[in-house]
Design a protein around this ligand. Sequence first.
Ligand code: ZN
Length: 215
Amino acid sequence: MATVPTTTLNYRDVHTRAGTLEVICGCMFAGKTEALLDQVQDRPPHRVRVFKHTVDHRYNPVRVVSHNRRSCPATPITHAIQLLEQVGDDLDFVAIDEGHFFDDQLPQMCSTLLDGGVHVLVTTLDNDCWGRPFPMIDVLRERADVVTVKSSQCGQCGQMATRTQRLTPIVDRVIVGGAESFEPRCVHCWTPPAGSPDQITRVASNTGPCVQQSS
Ligand SMILES: [Zn+2]
């Protein structure tokens, strides 16, 4: 289990910063990346930068791609601190796709960007395939000006899906998989994977609570 960030919400976090933080979360196949692309395309391209984690190489390693194959250019990074190295004064909007892939420094890096007047959007899973929340994402949600929770349609019964079902076995204790490995499920049709989540090896070092590669 990842270490829960020790930082807590305080007055300064949300009342003196110059940028705004939006978190779009939910299960897989809920349209989170589509929502990101909508916001990106509405802004001047030279003022926007989109980031993704290097472990997320589905579709295209240097583009964020939705399940409907809409896409935009993206900068792959491995550590959250690299956000600060990549964002200059020329940007006023930063979007981070699949935030759950990142390490526990992501909330602090976002706060630094917000203090500098950058508006930040993070899309992320809210729970892993065991139904456990990502502690770092909870910190982000707590600090957000806007939290949008998106849902999908259950792959079994068609009702509203809020959970992600693992469909394929977890090999070598590492949770990696594409669209064929996951399915949105409602609370009634969802079941946790076999085995203890505590025995799972992370997909890469320094990926914090990110142990599930979505698609
Ligand atoms: Zn269902």
